[in-house]
Design a protein. Sequence first.
Length: 158
Amino acid sequence: MLDWLLSTSLVWPLFVLSIATFVGSLILIPWILVRLPSHYFDERHPRTWLKDHHRIVRQAGFILKNFLGAAFIIAGIAMLVLPGQGLLTMLIGISFVDFPGKRTLERKIVSVPQVLSAINAVRARFGTAPLIVYPHCDLVEVPNVPDSEPPGSKGSGS
């Protein structure tokens, strides 16, 4: 069995795949993270996707988005043992895939201080505002967002 794993017919394709995913993640991950709106993980801002497009376009986009998300999740899992940014790749994959509880899971992952600081460092390098995580799972400090109040507050009544 070990001879089969070490055979040159399998090692070279895996080597090329590893290099391709590593280089791809170095380019694609920052490109996606910089283009996220700063309120993407803020529950007070609803997410709309292709809302002004025809139903067929939305459904085709939905299928493509979920397929792409699954590919990112699989690549992220592989990058946990191969070179690459595994957690960030999985986070992007999760943001593409639609399932119940997705926003809560995304906020929990992004609220980990090391993950949020890595994302915001990439965004700062490209001159993009830091991400706002709300509600923040008690792990990070949430900056004040102008012109919006948290759910449940009815203004400042003295």
